[in-house]
Design a binder for this molecule. Structure first.
Ligand code: AKB
Length: 312
């Protein structure tokens, strides 16, 4: 992994991943791309405007910079995908197959994230195993399962070095998520600082897996650098750090802001999605095969989130 093209670089993961990769591999070796103008990223290193549904342009940019790795992040998240299922299919699946084709044609290493959204109501809910029933009931979940299988297929059929993880809800103070089901777990920190009150659209008692962004970024680099001989799975590794419900976030915030209050106004669409996802997932395969270990629990992440948002 010496020269890396990142799609969706202006998104929640990309905005931080590009900086981390540039620190690790050198600024000129990380080509950030996005359909949006690359504010910040564009001035700090190579940036190209790229719509991932344009296969020819993706191929041309990868060739122009002579990259050896593609990290494909551009995608619509769960709640947005539920509001626009056909748009989600075209973007999530069209973008992925284009990126896999570029990897096949130019012999690139490949990373793309799956999600806890790849599980459904019939999946075991607690400590969800790595290999289990996957019958998601959302368009996002359908995209994620199909994507996991497609990545396996490109490895088995063409030998493309595809790798990936199933992300939980990601929490960060740098770039906001957009259109996800787990977004409340980011919003709550901003509202705690601004207004000392948050109205959760997810009901009390709804557990989902979450992870702080530094752990999520380390996981990508660790997996991509892992010895392929040790990988039994390649794509869609379960990785987890925190299993929490809205009231657990509220309680962690109260350790720093005792007067913080939480109310509920449940959004039925996002609640239905959350109810179909696991409470917690088992990441022992990732730990055994490439040494995954999360550094941040809820308390440590909460302290840092509140401090950084205050500084902002
Ligand atoms: C979402 O809520 O859609 C994402 C995810 C868990 O994949 N954060």
């Amino acid at each position: 992994m010496k020269k890396i093209l990142v799609t969706g670089a202006m998104g929640q993961i990309g905005s931080e991943l590009v900086g981390k990769l540039r620190e690790t591999y050198g600024t000129s070796n990380v080509i950030a791309t996005d359909i949006r103008a690359g504010e910040g990223l564009a001035t700090e290193g190579p940036f190209e405007k790229l719509d991932v549904t344009d296969a020819d342009r993706m191929h041309a940019v990868a060739k122009q910079y002579n990259v050896d790795t593609i990290m494909h992040l551009a995608a619509l998240l769960s709640a947005n995908a539920e509001a626009m299922p056909k748009v989600a299919w075209d973007l999530n699946m069209g973008g992925l197959v284009n990126a896999l084709e570029v990897a096949r044609e130019l012999d690139l290493q490949f990373f793309t994230p799956s999600s806890i959204g790849a599980f459904g109501p019939s999946t075991p809910k607690d400590n969800t195993p790595q290999d289990t029933l996957q019958r998601p009931t959302t368009m996002y979940g359908v995209n994620k399962v199909a994507g996991e299988l497609l990545c396996d297929y490109y490895y088995q059929r063409y030998g493309v070095d595809t790798r990936g993880v199933r992300y939980p809800g990601l929490i960060s103070y740098v770039a906001p998520p957009g259109g996800g089901t787990t977004d409340y777990a980011v919003e709550i920190y901003y509202e705690a600082i601004k207004n000392k009150i948050y109205t959760s659209y997810i009901a009390e008692g709804t557990y989902m897996d979450m992870m702080y962004m530094p752990d999520a970024l380390n996981a990508i680099i660790q997996l991509m650098e892992a010895d392929p001989a040790k990988l039994v799975h390649r794509n869609a590794f379960n990785i987890s750090a925190i299993s929490a419900a809205p009231e657990d976030f509220a309680q962690a915030i109260r350790q720093h802001i005792p007067e913080f209050k939480m109310t509920y106004d449940v959004d039925p669409v996002r609640q239905k999605i959350a109810d179909s996802w696991p409470n917690s997932i088992d990441s022992s395969a990732a730990a055994a095969e490439w040494g995954f270990r999360a550094e941040y629990d809820l308390a440590k992440m909460t302290g840092e989130m509140l401090e950084k948002i205050k500084e902002k």
